[in-house]
Design a protein around this ligand. Structure first.
Ligand code: HMG
Ligand code: MG
Length: 298
C-alpha cells in the first residue's frame, strides 16, 4: 500500500550546496531556488544559519533571504543549530526552521561541537522560542543507519534519540542516512521501531544519501510503510562537510521518475526540473550524478 501523494522536501540549495567546493554566487542560488519553485517543488530548504566558518558555502544566508523572490505556494525552511542561529533566522523573516541532531556521540561532536545529550540542551530553547513565535519546526536526525566512526547504529538508539526531538516540540522528524549506507531491510526495521515506540509514519520523513546506490530502494521501503515526506536534492547535489564518505542526496529527478511510474502524486514538472539541474551542473562544472538527469538532459 503506497501513499496517494508524496511531499518532496527539496534540499539541494542547502544540503547540496553546503558541500560544493566551487563557490556558488548568491545570484546563482537565487536563480536555482526560483527555477525549483517554478518546477512545482512545494518545499525548498533554502540555507542554514550556522557558523560561517563551519559552512562557508552558506555564509550568504542573510543576503540570500533578503533578495529571495519567495513564491506564495512554496515553503522555505532553513537550518538553525542554536539560539544565535535562531536570532539570525528570525531577523531574516524566516517562518520555518529545522534543528539537526545526531543519533551518535561522535557525529554530534564533529558536526555541532556538542555531545549527544548536550545537543538537546542547545536545541531546547531554539524549539520553544521558535514555536512561541509561531514557526514550524522540523527535527533532523543524522547517522540513523551507520556512522563512519562508530559503525552500525542500533535502531533502538535511533528511536530513543528521535523521540527526544519530538518531545522538544518538533512537528516532523527526518531520518538521515548521512553517509548513504542503509539498505531497505534496515529502513523497515527503523520505521517499525519508531512505530513500536508510538511514532507513526505520518510524523516521519526520510533523508537518504545515495553513496551506495540504495537511496531509491530505501525510499520505496519507507513509502510502503506509510512515510509520505521524502527529502531529495535536484540533480543529486550534496553531501555533508562533517561526515566522511558522504555523497549527494537522493536525486529529486530519480525520485520523481519512480513516483510517476508508481502513480504517486507529487506536483513536480520533471522536464523543468531536469533543465534546472543541467543548468546547475554547468555552473558547478561537472555532470549531475542523477541517472534520470543524464538520461533526459539532451
Ligand atoms: P561552536 O564553535 O561550538 O559555537 O560551534 P559557540 O557556541 O562556542 O560560539 C563560538 C562563536 O561562534 C561565537 O562567536 C558565536 O557567536 C558564534 P564569538 O563570540 O567567538 O565571536 N556562533 C555563530 N555565529 C553565527 N551563526 C551561528 C552561531 N553560533 C555560534 N548559528 C555550532 C557550534 C553549532 C555553531 C557549529 O558547530 C556549527 O555551526 N555547526 C554547523 C555544522 C553544519 O551546518 N553541518 C551541516 C548540516 S547537518 C547535515 O548536513 C545533515 C543533514 O543533511 C541530515 C543528514 O544527512 O543526516 C541535516
Ligand atoms: Mg543530508
Amino acid at each position: 500500500e503506497l501513499p496517494e501523494r508524496v511531499t518532496i522536501w527539496e534540499v539541494g540549495a542547502r544540503d547540496g550546496l553546503q558541500n560544493e567546493s566551487v563557490s556558488v554566487p548568491v545570484e546563482v542560488k537565487l536563480e536555482f531556488l526560483d527555477r525549483l519553485a517554478r518546477a512545482g517543488l512545494p518545499v525548498l530548504e533554502a540555507t542554514s544559519f550556522v557558523h560561517p566558518k563551519w559552512v562557508p558555502q552558506l555564509a550568504d544566508a542573510e543576503e540570500l533571504l533578503a533578495r529571495l523572490d519567495a513564491h506564495d505556494q512554496v515553503r522555505y525552511p532553513v537550518l538553525v543549530p542554536n539560539e544565535k542561529g535562531l536570532d539570525r533566522a528570525l531577523a531574516a523573516g524566516v517562518r520555518e526552521i529545522a534543528v539537526f541532531a545526531s543519533a551518535t556521540e561522535t557525529f554530534a561532536r564533529r558536526n555541532l561541537n556538542s555531545g549527544l545529550d548536550e545537543q538537546f540542551a542547545m536545541f531546547e530553547p531554539v524549539v520553544s522560542r521558535a514555536r512561541a513565535e509561531g514557526l514550524e519546526v522540523r527535527g533532523y536526525l543524522s547517522m540513523c543507519f551507520g556512522d563512519p566512526w562508530e559503525g552500525a547504529v542500533p535502531a533502538e538508539q535511533v528511536a530513543r534519540t528521535g523521540a527526544r526531538l519530538l518531545d522538544l516540540g518538533c512537528g516532523q522528524l527526518s531520518l538521515g542516512d548521512t553517509i548513504g549506507v542503509a539498505t531497505p531491510g534496515q529502513v523497515e526495521r527503523l520505521v517499525s521501531a519508531f512505530g513500536a515506540a508510538g511514532t507513526g509514519p505520518d510524523v516521519l520523513a526520510v533523508h537518504f544519501h545515495d553513496t551506495y546506490g540504495q537511496a531509491l530502494a530505501n525510499t520505496l521501503a519507507a513509502l510502503r510503510l506509510g512515510v509520505c515526506t521524502v527529502d531529495s536534492s535536484a540533480g543529486g547535489l550534496g553531501g555533508c562537510p562533517y561526515a566522511e564518505s558522504a555523497t549527494g542526496n537522493l536525486a529529486t529527478e530519480d525520485l520523481v521518475w519512480m513516483l510517476d511510474g508508481l502513480g504517486v502524486e507529487h506536483g513536480v514538472d520533471l522536464d523543468a526540473l531536469v533543465a534546472t539541474s543541467a543548468w546547475m551542473a554547468g555552473k558547478l562544472g561537472r555532470p549531475s550524478p542523477s541517472r534520470v538527469v543524464r538520461a533526459l538532459a539532451g
